[in-house]
Structures are given as structure tokens and as C-alpha cells.
Design a protein around this ligand. Structure first.
Ligand SMILES: Cc1cc2nc3c(=O)[nH]c(=O)nc-3n(C[C@H](O)[C@H](O)[C@H](O)COP(=O)(O)OP(=O)(O)OC[C@H]3O[C@@H](n4cnc5c(N)ncnc54)[C@H](O)[C@@H]3O)c2cc1C
Length: 353
């Protein structure tokens, strides 16, 4: 069976659904293929978004769990640095579903339980949970299929630098209005987080890949959880773990022929903080808009406009963060000293290129 569409979007995470909504809203025929049966599940996310993102979303807001005032950064010696940065803790499953709903309402055909498995010449193969293989011949493909993107592989644009992250859920000893970020010599090249979500909290860490063989992630997380318990911040921990990979180096050129990448597939995640939801929404929209333009003008060369636009908006910010990450990893033994110039919670970070 051959399915018809102008644009095939692979993946219905924040990038894919935002791309689909933008393209379908511009009047082209969009098909979204998502391998998960239930959108947004399992959640592999600390569930923080900057408050400004909310104003840019035309969706229901029932995914918001609580507001946060800012971020407290805990240095190895115990020094604490506080910055105001209004944010929101969300229910990520509901968030992803709200964005997909928006894509569907804009006219996209969203197929869940449908994995993109291969491509031959202009034909893409999709496999449903019923094991049936269907074919589609899109004019443009948007790869919004996460850190290990299949579309990125077809394009020869893979994420090179990925950070493993692991998380559990805990009960808070008392409610919190700040997100907490912990730097500790054991959490090499990354940080630990305690993000409040009402009575609960997401507790996790991301760590540079090189170190996980010498010290398993689970051991480092157990040590971190113990510290938070000792500090009287959390009471009980549910050891149901979630884990995932975070791109930590932007892929530079994310359009090739009739294919584009957006979100984690394009390495648009912040290389230091690992925050990727807001960028996935922003760049997904851009990708959808340029793809629709190229289809309507019957001119694939227009897709290059996407690369220019997202690089103008985010390129410098992400490259700077990547340079700082490299410095942080290289000079980890001087963590306390170099952190102000290498972490977004300090003014010095922005003063130095
Ligand atoms: C532990 C952890 C905590 C994080 N915490 C935060 C946070 O607090 N705030 C924040 O901003 N960011 C956070 N991030 C990063 C954030 O989750 C990602 O940047 C964001 O999900 C990127 O969205 P996306 O749409 O590009 O990719 P994804 O959300 O990964 O979506 C990709 C989709 O593509 C689908 N897919 C993949 N392959 C195929 C295929 N072949 N066929 C069909 N479908 C396919 C997947 O099932 C998935 O639904 C965290 C990441 C991790 C791992």
C-alpha cells in the first residue's frame, strides 16, 4: 500500500509535532510516523521548560505542574549561586500529546505505532505494530527522530558527542520553588539535578561518556541520592529508573537534498545544560515552514533556508556552550575555579567567548 503525502515527519516528539503543525498549517499534506503506541511514553526527561516557551505554544496548558523561580547551582565546596530564571515543571507525556494534538488539528495525519524502517530511492518504508509494511513517497522528509536519528544516518549527519543521563523520582521533604543543579567531582563532565514537581521531584544526572566505564552511572546516582537525603531535601526514592542520551555537540549542516533534521536529531540541544525541548519546538517549526515553502514552490533548494535560519538564531549560542563543555571536561580537576566561566548560572559565562 502506498501512502500519499508531501512531507513525511519521522518522530512525534516536540520537534516532529511542531514541524508537522507548521507545515500542515501552511496547507501542505503532512504525514507523521511515530514508532511509539502511546505518545510521550516512557518519559525520559527532567521535565523543565523555560517559562517563555508557554507563551509561544497554542495548546492546552494542562501539562504545567508547577512554576520555578530560578536555578541554584551548588559548587563542590558547598558554595551556592542563585539566578532568577522563571521556569515551569511539566508533565512531559501530556506536553508531547498536546503538541501532537495541535499537529493533528492543523491537518497532519499522525500515525502512532508506526516505525520508519528504511528507504530505497524515493520510497520510505513504514512498519506498523500489525507488522504490515507500508510505503510512502514524500517530496520532503523531516527527521525529528531523536538522538540516534535514522534520517540523520541516511544524510551522513550523525550526532557524534552524546551524554548518557539517568533519573529516578523522589518524594520531596518540603515543596521547592527552585531547580537545583549540583557539580561534584564524581559527576564527571556533567551535573546532578533535583527538579521539583509538586510533592515529587526528578532526581538525575548526566555524565561524560568516558567515565561511565570506570564508575557505573547507577553507583554515581545512588551516591547523589544519598547526599540529597542527608541534606534533608528528599525522603523516599522510587528506584524505577529512566535513562536516555543527550546530544552535546551541534550537528552543523542539517539539510541535505530533500531531507532536514530537527531537535535532538540535529543536535540542537544545549551542549552544557542538556535542555532541548524549547529548541526542538523552535527548530521543528522552522523546518516545517521551510519544507512547506519548498513543496509549494516545487524547489528543494529552498530547504537551505532552514539551515541559515536556525544557525542565525542558535548556532553561536550552541557553539559557545560546546566550547565551554570541552573546557569543563579538559580541566575537570579545577572545577570550582573554572565553573563561573563554564556554567550558565554565572555572569562570567556570558562575558567570555
Ligand atoms: C534524562 C533526560 C532528561 C532531560 N531533561 C530535559 C529537561 O528537563 N528539559 C529539556 O528542555 N530537555 C531535557 N532533555 C532533552 C529533551 O528530552 C530532548 O531535547 C527533546 O526530547 C528533543 O525532542 P525531539 O522531538 O527532538 O526528540 P524526541 O523527544 O526524542 O522525539 C523523537 C521521537 O521520534 C521517535 N522515533 C525515533 N525513531 C523513529 C523511527 N525510526 N520511526 C518512527 N519514530 C521514531 C521516538 O519514538 C520519539 O517519539 C532531557 C533528556 C534526557 C535524556
Amino acid at each position: 500500500m502506498v501512502l500519499q503525502c508531501d512531507i513525511l515527519v519521522v518522530g512525534a516528539g516536540p520537534a516532529g509535532s511542531s514541524a508537522a503543525a507548521a507545515a500542515a498549517g501552511d496547507g501542505v499534506h503532512v504525514l507523521v510516523a511515530e514508532r511509539k503506541d502511546v505518545l510521550g511514553v516512557p518519559v525520559r526527561c527532567a521535565e523543565y521548560i523555560p517559562r517563555q516557551l508557554l507563551g509561544q505554544l497554542e495548546t492546552d496548558r494542562d501539562f504545567v505542574v508547577q512554576s520555578t523561580r530560578g536555578m541554584r547551582t551548588f559548587l563542590p565546596t558547598g558554595r551556592v549561586k542563585e539566578i532568577l530564571a522563571p521556569g515551569l515543571m511539566i508533565n512531559r507525556q501530556r506536553f508531547d500529546q498536546a503538541l501532537a494534538q495541535k499537529a493533528a488539528c492543523s491537518g497532519s495525519n499522525v500515525l502512532t505505532g508506526t516505525r520508519v524502517i528504511g528507504r530505497k530511492e524515493g520510497t520510505v518504508f513504514l512498519k506498523g505494530t500489525d507488522k504490515r509494511v507500508r510505503r510512502v513517497k514524500p517530496k520532503v522528509i523531516i527527521g525529528a527522530d531523536g538522538p540516534f536519528s535514522l534520517v540523520g544516518k541516511w544524510m551522513g549527519r550523525r550526532n557524534r558527542h552524546l551524554i548518557p543521563a539517568i533519573q529516578v523520582s523522589a518524594t520531596l521533604a518540603r515543596s521547592m520553588e527552585w531547580t537545583h543543579v549540583y557539580f561534584d567531582s564524581h559527576i564527571y563532565g556533567g551535573y546532578g539535578w533535583l527538579f521539583p514537581k509538586g510533592k515529587e521531584a526528578n532526581v538525575g544526572l548526566g555524565i561524560s561518556r568516558g567515565s561511565i566505564w570506570s564508575q557505573p552511572l547507577k553507583t554515581t546516582l545512588a551516591r547523589f541520592v544519598h547526599r540529597l537525603e542527608k541534606d534533608g531535601l528528599i525522603r523516599e526514592t522510587s528506584w524505577r529508573m529512566t535513562a536516555g542520551w543527550v546530544p552535546a555537540e551541534p550537528v552543523r549542516d542539517v539539510s541535505r537534498g530533500a531531507m532536514l533534521l530537527a531537535g535532538d536529531a540535529a543536535g540542537q540541544t544545549h551542549p552544557l545544560t542538556g535542555a532541548g525541548i524549547a529548541h526542538a519546538v523552535l527548530c521543528g517549526r522552522m523546518a516545517g515552514k521551510w519544507a512547506a515553502r519548498a513543496v509549494q514552490a516545487n524547489d528543494i533548494a529552498l530547504l537551505k533556508g532552514y539551515d541559515r535560519e536556525w544557525q542565525d538564531d542558535l548556532g553561536e549560542q550552541l557553539q559557545r556552550a560546546f566550547r565551554k563543555r570541552q573546557k569543563l571536561e579538559k580541566e575537570w580537576d579545577r572545577l570550582e575555579e573554572i565553573l563561573p566561566s563554564c556554567w550558565v548560572g554565572f555572569r562570567e559565562y556570558y562575558a567570555e567567548p
